[in-house]
Write a protein that binds this ligand. Sequence first.
Ligand code: HPA
Length: 277
Amino acid sequence: MAKECSFSLSQACKVIGETWGEIQPQACLVCGSGWGGVVKGLSPVSSIPYENIEGLQKTTINGHSGKLWLAEPDGVKILIFQGRRHFYEGEGWAPVIFPALLAHELGARTLLLTNASGGIRSDLKSGDFMILSDHLNFMGSNPFIGPVPHPSITRFPDQSVIYDASLRKKIYQAGVATGQNLTEGVYLALSGPAFETPAEIQLFAKLGATAVGMSTVPEAMVANALGLQVGAISCISNLAAGRSPSPLSHAEVAHTSQKALPKMTQLLAQLLPALAV
Ligand code: HPA
């Protein structure tokens, strides 16, 4: 059992065991901004409120409901984190990376992350889905600073390949099967919570960023260092600052996610059963 994590993985596993018995989920799914609604379409079994698990606590952001779900689409066990913590909430890395540590502790092979982002590349439209091929960590910090978060993580983790190629292919194929043509791109993560300036977005475009957001990267880094297969899907919820005709707002992000919810649900319902070994 990991000692270095400042939240107790054993407490989380105890609550999970008391609720669902000995489960080894095939995959864990983290639902980002507005994606909590996908649970309904993924054959949910039952849920545990985040309040019951010390490491998950209550989310503070509108659109992040705060429940841990067991779902069984096509009989495949999936654990769904309905709501995520962000670095900008100011409580450090521990709550942000806890889902990745818990996924590993429960023996999941795969961590699938979802988010909403601002589109930088000129062909992107609001509502498009992007598979992450790589990322740029501009959060101004690194989740491995301080004591290693898990005994199996080395001091200097290799991050050459974070987003697993075979999983990227499976996500793309699930898109094809559900009539969606998913693009791929590089996600640039900032701490937020302020949106960017147009000058920052122009710079990020020159640096090779396809889309910009405030999440996903820390969980992906930690899960990768723990040996999990990592995949991430971003919904372009708005055009990035300076590319959008209107001011940016969380309401627009939530509105686009809401509109794209049926598409995201179809995609995940197709993809998740395909993650069974
Ligand atoms: N910038 C940063 N984060 C975001 C955005 C954005 O434009 N849209 C959704 N999350």
